[in-house]
Design a protein around this ligand. Structure first.
Ligand code: AHR
Length: 497
């Protein structure tokens, strides 16, 4: 089958905000303890951080990491997690029915994010707490010195403020499972006042107000409208969360789920803009897709979890090849909305629905989804072009007109390089893929790679998966031809003249 992507230099979507390649670490399962923090592990550094994990996270090049939750944050007292470790209390973590030892907290996370060349996106507790705890946390983290909370931070070893810029005002407050779940009206008002107070402490911060935890929430739409009605002028971003799975084992339908994400994002943008119009506001609210990923493999195991353990094995999805293809497609979908999605967090980063896994003694390892994420995060920086593409389509259980080709181009002006990410959704036919250079002039191929040839259910537990070179590429001044294997993820990088 043949398919084409036309590059139109006048059809630019937006410059990419690198924060769309963010991720997430929650105090959940083995994300922190036995994950990023393993003081007794043979590969731990002097701070107790697993150095192999640090190296793998650096490869993913994540500029921002959401912390400390997630559902966990809605019952979290941040004060428990600072100061001398032997004075920190053990607490019940009600969200995940676990024991939280608080041996890893705010200062440790700040130190760790620096080691992985990233930064913190902090969430505050809007479940059991609210405005007072939130303003004190901003003061603790960001105020230079001379006040109770800033001096407490200094006493705890951080002379310089953490300067955390991006803050989530709670987590999934629309969900009945959330501790302190609220109606849209209750949450909207509380979020408005909390965000206002946080910004009074530090006027340079940006805040994210909670939108819907999923597109299929019964309150989707009305939740966003009410919350934004209450908080529009005091917040900067609206969140959305979305997870996917293939429990019915229908791969063509599964690989089309980028269409669902596309609809969700478009719907949320429309809601933001309708409130903007209704309020006669000049301010635009952008989106923070601060939880997205595949999550379903571990659900059966987790239903049998024994409560009140420290760092239990929870949400440890082992990802297969088709999950990696979907993750690639979801990244393309996020890029298609680069004008409005300014933050996105792959949820999560280590052990918990994660691209990186650890075990008690051995080496940390990369899951299948690690590879497309690494490529898009590293090469998908610059300006995104509107994907004008021609491709045959198919229909599946939930979707019609699904193009076999899912592709997008990003132009990196600093390096004068064009990168195309392309997924072939066909399980049995290759695609003769033509990249039409349009007004661009191609110089030569920089590199072309493919992630292909694996069974849909194959995982990377044996560490054998790799991205390999695609030698089936020819480049001329005005275009390139690339063979895309059936069910493949492809990255093509071309130097521009
Ligand atoms: O990422 C796992 C959980 O999913 C988070 O704690 C919660 O916010 C969401 O429901």
């Amino acid at each position: 089958m043949k398919a084409e992507l036309l590059l139109d230099k006048y059809a630019k979507i937006s410059k990419v905000d690198p924060r769309i390649y963010g991720s997430f670490i929650e105090h959940l399962g083995r994300a922190v303890y036995d994950g990023i923090y393993q003081p007794n592990h043979p590969h731990a550094d002097k701070d107790g951080f697993n150095v192999e994990v640090i190296d793998l996270v650096k490869k993913l090049n994540v500029p921002i990491i959401r912390y400390p939750g997630g559902n966990f944050v809605s019952g979290f007292n941040w004060e428990d997690s600072v100061g001398p470790k032997d004075k920190r209390p053990r607490r019940l973590d009600l969200a995940w029915q676990s024991i939280e030892t608080n041996q890893f907290g705010l200062h440790e996370f700040e130190k760790w994010t620096k080691k992985v060349n990233s930064s913190t996106m902090m969430a505050v507790n809007m479940g059991t707490r609210g405005i007072d705890a939130a303003r004190h946390l901003v003061e603790y983290c960001n105020f230079p010195k001379g006040t109770a909370y800033s001096d407490w931070r200094r006493k705890n070893g951080a002379e310089e403020p953490f300067k955390i810029k991006t803050w989530c005002v709670g987590n999934e407050m629309d969900g009945p499972w959330q501790i302190g779940h609220k109606t849209a009206q209750e949450y909207g008002r509380a979020a408005n006042e909390t965000s206002k107070a946080m910004k009074l402490v530090d006027g340079s911060i940006e805040t994210i107000v909670c939108g819907s935890s999923a597109l299929d929430m019964p309150t989707f739409g009305s939740w966003e409208s009410t919350v934004l009605d209450e908080s529009y002028e005091n917040v900067d971003y609206l969140s959305l969360h979305r997870y996917y799975g293939n429990p019915e084992n229908d791969t063509p339908n599964y690989l089309a789920k980028g269409k669902d994400l596309d609809e969700f994002i478009s719907g949320v943008i429309s809601i933001c803009d309708s409130i903007k119009a209704r309020k006669h506001s000049t301010k635009q609210i952008n989106l923070s897709l601060d939880e997205w990923n595949v999550w379903y493999h571990s659900k059966e195991h987790d239903a049998k979890n024994k409560p009140w353990q420290i760092a239990p094995h929870l949400l440890e999805d082992i990802y297969n090849f088709e999950d990696a293809l979907l993750v690639g497609s979801l990244l393309i979908t996020i890029l298609k909305h680069a004008d409005r999605v300014k933050i996105a967090c792959l949820a999560q980063l280590v052990n918990v629905i994660a691209p990186i896994m650890t075990n008690e003694e051995g080496e940390a390892w990369a899951q299948s989804i690690f590879y497309p994420f690494m490529q898009v995060s590293n090469y998908g920086r610059g300006t995104v072009l509107t994907p004008i593409q021609r491709s045959e389509t198919y229909s599946s259980k939930d979707f019609i007109d699904v193009p076999y080709l899912d592709s997008i181009a990003v132009i990196n002006d600093d390096e004068n390089v064009m990168t195309v990410f392309a997924l072939n959704r066909s399980l049995d036919e290759p695609i003769d893929f033509h990249i039409n250079a349009g007004d661009y002039e191609f110089a030569e191929l920089k590199d072309a790679t493919q992630f292909a040839g694996y069974g849909m259910k194959e995982t990377n537990e044996d560490g054998k998966m790799k991205i390999i070179a695609n030698n089936n590429v020819s480049v001329s001044d005005n275009g390139a031809d690339v063979k895309l294997m059936p069910a493949s993820w492809n990255t093509i990088r071309i130097n521009l003249k």
